[in-house]
Design a protein around this ligand. Sequence first.
Ligand SMILES: NC(=O)c1ccc[n+]([C@@H]2O[C@H](COP(=O)([O-])OP(=O)(O)OC[C@H]3O[C@@H](n4cnc5c(N)ncnc54)[C@H](OP(=O)(O)O)[C@@H]3O)[C@@H](O)[C@H]2O)c1
Length: 263
Amino acid sequence: MNTGLKDKVAIVGGSSRGLGKACAEALAREGAKVTICSRNMERLNETANELKNKYDVEILPVACDLSNYDDIKRLVNETISGFGRIDILVNNTGGPPPGGFLDHDDSNWEKAFQGLLMYVVRICREVIPYMKKQGWGRIINNTSFTVKEPADNLILSNVFRVGVISVAKTLSRQFAKDNITVNNVCPGRFDTERIHEILEQRSKSSGDSFEVEKNKIIENIPQGRMQKTQELADLVVFLASENASGITGTTIQVDGGMVKGLF
Ligand SMILES: NC(=O)c1ccc[n+]([C@@H]2O[C@H](COP(=O)([O-])OP(=O)(O)OC[C@H]3O[C@@H](n4cnc5c(N)ncnc54)[C@H](OP(=O)(O)O)[C@@H]3O)[C@@H](O)[C@H]2O)c1
């Protein structure tokens, strides 16, 4: 498949590791120029060098906190200064802390609101004017399986990611005539550092080993395994490509069959 992504310019959020890094890598593999970002500059530079060496494309690392509007504006401005345009925006950041309804105070709710929902609102507000001017754009939000089936111990994810889906649906209709598509992807269970942290926490509170906790997750996945980060990234590449020009306002999970709902 010719994705037509050579020399397109992408910003990928939270991309020093995990799913964001896999998305940046898949876009770089297709020849796109990619701005990557995260809070830890050292780790970000390592990722930038790795991708540059592997794919011989331009990678721009920008250290920023995506919960902070000034940082978001700087990220967009540095991409425009460096590459002159923005074609693809992949929204992704760290997950909120786990917990049920009684576990979170106002401060946790506020942080999750800023980090998950306002980040997407603000960066879309900054980037869409460039896409409109170009008459072409792709926005892809990485959310979670929780938008299809709320998880018992992830109330902050359950609430704010559904807000992202609603923003995406609204934008997909408002900017359809500008050739801008807006879609969401939903990871099920991927073997990344975030999952390792969650499994370690579960193991501490249950007294069961890390491996036992991992198997409890795998038991609920019909494919009998966690997903590979490239499996999500390949969907992101497809949605970013010319081939996906008719697909907008959709929400697609990559979960090995885990979500039980029909839609
Ligand atoms: N892995 C899964 O199975 C799974 C399932 C469902 C949903 N998700 C969601 O998908 C997203 C990515 O997951 P992941 O497993 O790849 O997570 P991860 O391994 O924790 O990676 C998160 C990335 O985002 C960066 N980041 C975190 N907070 C940031 C901030 N405020 N500003 C800028 N960058 C930030 C991190 O770097 P720094 O810490 O250096 O900033 C890192 O590069 C998360 O929201 C997660 O909840 C993941």
